[in-house]
Every structure is written in C-alpha cells, then in structure tokens.
Design a protein around this ligand. Structure first.
Ligand SMILES: Nc1nc2c(c(=O)[nH]1)N[C@H]1C(S)=C(S)[C@@H](COP(=O)(O)O)O[C@H]1N2
Ligand SMILES: [Mo]
Length: 207
C-alpha cells in the first residue's frame, strides 16, 4: 500500500499541511441549487466605470470566449488535487467587458443562496483565475458548480464559489461568507493562511 507521505514527496507542488486526494470529492455548505436557465443571470454590479449594472443571461454568457487553464485545488480541510484542467471564461475577460471604476481594489464573487468570497483585484486578475464551466472538457456537474464556478488556483478553494451569479466591484475590502466565519481574509495556501486569527495588520478588514 502506498503511504500518503511518499505520494506527497512526488509532488513538490503540494502546499504545507495538504495531502493529495484521489478522485474528486464534493465539498460545500448547504444544498445544491437547481439550475433554472430562464431565471439565471450573471450580474456585474457595484463600482463599475459607468455606474451601471450589467447582466448576461445563460445563452449570452455561453458565447463569451473560452480558455483552458490547468490549476490545483486546495481545500482548507487539507485535501488537494493537482493538475486539474478547467475550461471557461477568464476573470480578466469580465473586467474587460465591464470595466471597473478606477477606485476598485477588491471584488466580491456572489453565488446562489448568498455564498460569497472576497478577492483582491490582483487575485481576480491573476492569469489562472477562471469562471469555469468545464472540467477536463466536460460540463461541470450540478454538485461541482454547474453552470459556472470560480477557480482561483493560487488560493484555498473556498475562494472559488460554485454556482456563481455575479461579481460586485468594491472600492474597499469586505469579508465574504467564510472570511466572516473564522477563515483567513486572503487564503494563500503556500503561506498556510487558513484562519482569521493568523491575519496580520493589512491582511483584511477588522473583525
Ligand atoms: N457556493 C459555494 N461554493 C463553494 C463552497 C460552498 O460552500 N458554496 N465551498 C468551497 C469549498 S470550501 C471548496 S473546497 C470547493 C470544493 O469544490 P468541489 O466540491 O467541486 O470539490 O468549493 C468551494 N465553493
Ligand atoms: Mo474547502
């Protein structure tokens, strides 16, 4: 039998305190939402450059140019998957289509049932940050976030909401769902930024 330790040694890409997971577990809080295409909208709102709110219905969102990204998924509960192939719309494309106001420093990514995750603009515009619709060429399944989930491979996976419904442009930082509930405001797995008590001045809004 292969010991988990020996497998970890084969993967220098594994952040501290993480172990490799076989297969693809399903991890989230609450029920899996039902997709209702006629009511679905991807909204961009908050501090947009022109002050307006923008929305794509599902058909319109599907026509946005797709890219493929290979990235890792690190759950703060200590399992990781490496080399996952995602397909979808780069977050940068959203910013290009709906320009933010100059003062925007952070975004809140919103999902069904009010789940949210805050990100620094620099994490949102990072090369591999993707609104994923596909994994390994196949559409996402309902429990993994169909029709759209965010993937931010360089942060813990709670920063990637499944069942995304919108992006809010913000001129100041504000905590999202888990960031309000004891998890780290930034969530860099390489620095093991798991919990909010580890935050240093400047890492996030006061608790
Ligand atoms: N909407 C929503 N998205 C979510 C979560 C959640 O509770 N709700 N959990 C996050 C966490 S903690 C993890 S580890 C990943 C898991 O993704 P997976 O179930 O596709 O493996 O989804 C993230 N996205
Ligand atoms: Mo997680």
């Amino acid at each position: 039998m292969v010991q988990p330790e020996s497998r970890e040694e084969e993967h220098p890409r594994l952040p501290p305190g993480q172990r490799l997971q076989r297969g693809w577990p399903v991890t989230h809080y609450g029920p899996v939402p039902r997709f209702r295409p006629e009511r679905w909208e991807f909204r961009v709102f908050g501090a947009t450059a022109d002050g307006g709110t923008f929305g794509w219905n599902h058909e319109e969102f599907s026509t946005l140019p797709h890219e493929t990204v290979v990235g890792d998924l690190h759950c703060v509960s200590r399992f990781s998957m490496v080399g996952v192939e995602w397909g979808g719309v780069p977050a940068r494309t959203i910013l290009a289509k709906v320009p933010p106001a100059r003062q925007v420093t952070h975004v809140m990514v919103w999902a069904e049932y009010g789940y949210s995750a805050n990100l620094r603009l620099s994490d949102f515009t990072a090369e591999h940050t993707l609104f994923a619709t596909h994994r390994a060429g196949e559409p996402l399944t309902a429990e993994h976030g169909f029709p759209v989930r965010l993937v931010v491979p360089h942060l813990y996976a709670w920063k990637g909401p499944k069942w995304v419904r919108g992006v809010e442009y913000m001129t100041a930082d504000r905590r999202g769902f888990w960031e309000e509930r004891g998890y780290h405001n930034i969530g860099d797995p390489w620095r093991e930024q798991r919990y909010s008590y580890q935050e240093e001045p400047g890492d996030g809004p006061r608790l």
